[in-house]
Design a protein around this ligand. Structure first.
Ligand SMILES: [Zn+2]
Length: 113
């Protein structure tokens, strides 16, 4: 399962970040074009966190819109690649962001990062 592998690397990164301390809260952002199921990732993170030594943190997985730049010069955010540019309706676009999965926030009680 794709999300399971991703969850494992997120938990490893989080454990490295905190020096293997348990955490209370983790927020992960998933780009709309990352090709990841938010629900599945949420579930897998919950499963993996304990195994990675992170304890039982509250986990929030949020989908964030992709940023595209159209050949007409318009830069815009969207969740839906099947929709054309809001300015000209075109599909000749460059992907600026939206493929990434990012740990946005980790909290472990005394420390906020
Ligand atoms: Zn356009």
């Amino acid at each position: 399962m794709h999300e399971f592998t991703i969850a494992r690397s997120i938990c490893r990164a989080a454990a490295e970040h905190t020096g293997d301390a348990k955490i209370d809260f983790m927020r992960v952002e998933v780009g709309a074009l990352a090709g990841v199921s938010v629900d599945a990732l949420d579930f897998c993170l919950g499963e993996m966190a304990g195994e990675a030594g992170l304890g039982k943190p509250e986990i929030v997985v949020e989908e964030v819109p992709a940023v595209l730049k159209c050949s007409c010069g318009k830069e815009y955010q969207t969740f839906e690649l099947l929709e054309g540019c809001p300015s000209c309706g075109g599909f000749d676009r460059e992907i600026i962001s939206g493929m990434d999965i990012t740990i946005k926030q980790i909290e472990n009680g005394k420390e906020r990062k």
